[in-house]
Each structure stands twice: as structure tokens, then as C-alpha cells.
Design a protein around this ligand. Structure first.
Ligand SMILES: Cc1cc2nc3c(=O)[nH]c(=O)nc-3n(C[C@H](O)[C@H](O)[C@H](O)COP(=O)(O)OP(=O)(O)OC[C@H]3O[C@@H](n4cnc5c(N)ncnc54)[C@H](O)[C@@H]3O)c2cc1C
Ligand code: FES
Length: 260
């Protein structure tokens, strides 16, 4: 982990409110593994010193990219980043997904921008499986071609039915799980809190393994401020606060103590 001054190579709208920011960042790109994130200082964001965390979407050679959705002040300011700009970035941060725990029947479950680290993951493993991509509307469904070109089976759901099956991604997951015989699925999920809880609860109830990438508001991003803590159960059953930025963001579902 280090601070790197990255240079903006391209910055394009890729659909809906989502943009891909491609950076030349050789040190971070070489060290990155799927599930890790970078902490960006947003240029021209007056009065704010806080960085913003984004999952690494692609990392190859000297290039790294993120896929972000505009939701507030920081991401709105990010829209003005231009090709050739320098972006101050700390990374790669966090633990990353366990690549050797996938088994033979993986199920990736993505909500909105949660598809970014799962696309990176899908290209870094030899096994192929099923990807569930969910969003509110068709505008929230991204990266389908990434997975298909790698040989993954893609199932799309939208809440308004504008693309794929109508409903929640967990309904499509339930229907698929009911057809699975033999090798139990192992889940890798990234998306909104509610989706992660639902996937985690299903996995725990069925005795399956689920690796969840938690999405917490962050301050420092490097383990110093405790803004991002989550209750996690240890092997002896005791519960302790863990830092999502440093000890996570990925935790196995059975150790997560969700807030009421
Ligand atoms: C490990 C990690 C990886 C992430 N990866 C991505 C990514 O790949 N692409 C992407 O678009 N976003 C990602 N995020 C979320 C992203 O960091 C926030 O959307 C961003 O910080 C919002 O900044 P803002 O100033 O635009 O919004 P703010 O003005 O700070 O907030 C606007 C709205 O977004 C909500 N919000 C802010 N931060 C988060 C958050 N962490 N999770 C959920 N809601 C939030 C606020 O509650 C508020 O409703 C990630 C977050 C974490 C913790
Ligand atoms: S964001 Fe500061 S400890 Fe995690």
C-alpha cells in the first residue's frame, strides 16, 4: 500500500450514471488483487480532505480502473476529472477475495457497482460458474459482456423488469440454488448492505460459504480512525469490532454480526 500519483488515461460514461476512470498507476496496478480498493482524493473538491473508496475494476500492466456511480458531492466532482489529470490515490487497500476458496460451483452476486470487483475476480480464476447481476433498472446492469466473454453464465434481474427477470437478485439466486445438486455453491457478493445480508443469511442457513464485500462509509481507509467498524465473531465465539478498510472489506458471512 502506498500513495501513488496516477495519471488519467480515459474517463468515459459506460451506462446509466456509471463512469469508468482508467488510470496509469503502475505500482498499485501490479500489486492489486480482486476485492481490494483504492482511496482517491477527489480533485477540485473544495473544503474536503476526505478520500473516497472505490473497488478496483481492472488492473493490468501499468493500468488500473474503477467503475463509479455518481451519488453525491464527491462523485459529482469526479465527473470533472479530465484525461491527463493527476489523481492522488492510496492503494491497493483491504484483504481481497480468497481466490482458492471458490470450489467448483461458484456463484457471484452483484448489485449495482458491486459488479466491478467481481468482474476483476472472474478473470483471475480458472473455474467458471454463474453470475447474478441485479439492479433497480436496466441502467444499473453493467459488465455483462465482461463475464460472458470469460465463459461465465450470466443471470440478470431488475426490480422494474426493464432487463432480465423482474425482481430481486436474491429471488433468482434462490431459484438457481434449488436446482443445484452435488457440489455446494460458494458465493462471492458485492453490493448494497441489504443484498449482502440476504445472501449471507441464505448461505448461513444452508451451511454454504459466502464471501461478502462490506460497504461501509470510510474516513482514513487505512485502519486508523475506526469510522468503518463492523462486529465480527472470532473462532472462540467472542465478538469484536473489526475495521472494514483494513481487516476487510471481505468477510465470510458466518462471522458477521449484523446490526439489528
Ligand atoms: C470498499 C468500498 C468499495 C467501493 N467501491 C465502489 C465502486 O467500485 N464504485 C462506486 O461507485 N462506489 C463504490 N463505493 C462507494 C463509494 O465510496 C461512495 O459512493 C462514495 O464515497 C460516495 O461519495 P460522494 O461524496 O459522492 O457521496 P456522499 O455525498 O458522501 O454521499 C451521497 C450518498 O451516498 C451514500 N454513501 C456514501 N458512501 C457510501 C458507501 N460507502 N456505501 C453506500 N452509500 C454510501 C451516502 O449515505 C449518501 O446517501 C465503495 C465503498 C467502499 C467502502
Ligand atoms: S476508515 Fe479509518 S479505520 Fe477504516
Amino acid at each position: 500500500m502506498q500513495i501513488e500519483k496516477a495519471t488519467v488515461k480515459t474517463h468515459d460514461l459506460v451506462g446509466g450514471d456509471y463512469r469508468e476512470l482508467v488510470l496509469t498507476a503502475p505500482v498499485t496496478a501490479k500489486a492489486a488483487v480482486p476485492g481490494q480498493f483504492v482511496h482517491l482524493r477527489v480533485p477540485r473538491l473544495d473544503g474536503s480532505v476526505l478520500r473516497r473508496p472505490f473497488s478496483i475494476y481492472r488492473a493490468r500492466d501499468d493500468r488500473l480502473s474503477i467503475l463509479y456511480k455518481t451519488v453525491g458531492r464527491g462523485t459529482r466532482a469526479m465527473e470533472t476529472i479530465a484525461v491527463g489529470d493527476t489523481v492522488d490515490m492510496i492503494g491497493p487497500l483491504g484483504n481481497g477475495f480468497p481466490l482458492d476458496a471458490m470450489g467448483e460451483n461458484p456463484a457471484l452476486v452483484a448489485g449495482g457497482y458491486g459488479v466491478a470487483p467481481l468482474s476483476f475476480l472472474a478473470g483471475e480464476v480458472d473455474v467458471r460458474g454463474t453470475v447474478f447481476i441485479g439492479g433497480a433498472t436496466a441502467r444499473d446492469i453493467l459488465c455483462v459482456g465482461d463475464f460472458e466473454s470469460l465463459g461465465w453464465t450470466v443471470r440478470i434481474t431488475t426490480e422494474d423488469g426493464s432487463l432480465g427477470e423482474k425482481g430481486l437478485v436474491t429471488a433468482a439466486l434462490d431459484a438457481w440454488v434449488a436446482t443445484q445438486q452435488g457440489t455446494p455453491p460458494v458465493y462471492y457478493a458485492c453490493g448494497p448492505d441489504g443484498m449482502l445480508r440476504a445472501v449471507g443469511q441464505r448461505a448461513v442457513a444452508a451451511g454454504h460459504t459466502a464471501w461478502l464485500s462490506l460497504d461501509k462509509h470510510m474516513g482514513c481507509g487505512v485502519g486508523a480512525c475506526l469510522a468503518c467498524v463492523q462486529k465480527i465473531r472470532g473462532a472462540d465465539g467472542s465478538v469484536a469490532w473489526k475495521r472494514v478498510c483494513k481487516d476487510g472489506p471481505i468477510f465470510e458471512a458466518s462471522v458477521i454480526e449484523w446490526d439489528a
